[in-house]
Write a protein that binds this ligand. Structure first.
Ligand code: PLP
Length: 394
């Protein structure tokens, strides 16, 4: 067929990370049928939804089956009750949000991927390593991409440098996936001040915000003065409330952000009204319930469960004196592969010698090479067993 395609897709690398992992596990299992493999590569939640959330989901689903309470298309930007719930949640961080700045979505990935639609051909700055969606969505749109590199030297928390061009879009992810590292107030302020002074916009991914337990770290970029003029924040109920299968998130675009004489909030409204038909009523009621006092408490119990695993794992790295980041305000632990092994070499070594699976750091960017990510989403029992195996090996 002589139909032209978006040739930018040719610039994407093969999305092979998790398929390659599965291929190697399958092959190993075929050759070692008795192997009891523990998966510490899980990037998905494993605990079920909380009672408060499920009760709200059932109640709202029943309303949909009743003539008097049935609802059709939801508002593209979210029901007011849901936006009010997000607004109230942000008051916990002393952030006052305009209701019109909140957009309810079917998860952070969609909005992170779609936000490119409303911008022109700017210089894009993306952390390396990081969640791959920022890079791939900008590649698909043919953007000019630069990296802000993480390493042991900056504890995988890159700060602004003078070579970043004015008028750029900068992605930040804190707590970071995959490194688990998290910007402190003064560090994030450096980015906000940089953006304000250099006519640049920050896209801030706070999907793991609820794993922050220390007062030293901001939950939202809007805790930093001036951020409402230069930052979009994208968040998710996936990890906070176990919504990976239910799908809900939100994006905040303050009314103050103006680029090339256009209010960015208005452009996003226009984009969403054209290409998105909203999040279903039962899911929004479930997400609203997750933000009630009871909902937050129950969600935090699940997060505490995962963080017990993170503690078990990070204590092992402390004991072995192996460099790592994360594990404290994040479900991820990111560590340097022993004996200068490369990421995939260590993957095979760990699988063969401990029957433990993780994720090679090289899959998250070139600066992830030589590093490895493990997660705290397995059970206490399996994590404990994995720690014992790792203790013998590392
Ligand atoms: N942002 C980061 C940093 C993530 O790690 C993930 C999922 O793993 C997402 C966003 C996607 O979130 P959602 O499930 O809401 O699409």
């Amino acid at each position: 067929m002589n139909v032209k395609i978006n040739e930018n897709f040719d610039n994407l690398s093969e999305n092979y990370l998790f398929s390659e992992i599965n291929k190697r596990i399958t092959k190993y299992k075929e050759e070692n049928k008795a192997a009891d493999i523990i998966k510490l590569g899980i990037g998905d939640v494993t605990l079920p939804l909380d009672k408060t959330v499920i009760d709200a989901l059932i109640k709202a689903s029943n309303e949909m089956g009743n003539k008097e309470t049935f609802r059709g298309y939801p508002p593209e930007y979210g029901y007011d009750f849901m936006k009010e719930a997000v607004k109230k949640y942000y008051k916990r961080f002393n952030v006052e949000l305009d209701l019109d700045s909140i957009f309810i979505s079917d998860g952070a990935k969609s909005d992170l991927g779609n936000i490119v639609d409303i911008f022109g051909n700017n210089n894009i700055y993306i952390p390396n390593p990081v969640y791959p969606v920022y890079l791939d969505s900008n590649l698909m749109s043919g953007r000019n991409i630069n990296f802000i590199n993480g390493s042991k030297d900056n504890n995988f928390l890159p700060l602004p440098t003078s070579d970043i061009k004015k008028g750029s879009i900068i992605y930040l992810c804190s707590p970071n996936n995959p490194t688990g590292s998290c910007y402190k107030y003064d560090e994030l302020k450096k980015w906000v001040d940089f953006a304000l002074n250099n006519d640049s916009l920050i896209i801030y991914d706070s999907a793991y915000e609820s794993f922050i337990s220390s007062d030293e770290y901001p939950h939202s970029i809007y805790e930093i003065e001036g951020a409402k003029s230069c930052a979009i924040e994208i968040c998710s109920f996936s990890k906070q409330a176990g919504f990976t299968g239910l799908r809900c998130g939100f994006t905040i675009i303050p009314l103050e952000i103006v680029c090339s004489n256009h209010q960015i909030n208005k452009l996003w409204k226009r984009r969403q009204a054209t290409k998105f038909n909203g999040v279903s009523y039962p899911v929004q009621r479930a997400a609203e319930a997750a933000l009630t006092d009871n909902g937050i408490k129950e969600c935090m119990d699940n997060i505490k469960y995962y963080m017990v695993n993170a503690k078990m794992l990070s204590e092992l790295f402390d004991e072995k004196n192996i460099y790592y980041t994360g594990g404290k305000n994040s479900p991820y632990i990111w560590f340097k592969c022993p004996n200068d092994m490369k990421s995939w070499e260590f993957f095979d070594y760990l699988l063969k010698n401990a029957n433990v699976v993780g994720t090679p750091g090289a899959g998250f960017g070139t600066f992830g090479e030589g590093y490895f990510r493990i997660t705290s989403f397995n059970t206490h029992e399996k994590t404990k067993e994995a720690v014992e195996r790792l203790r013998k090996l590392l």
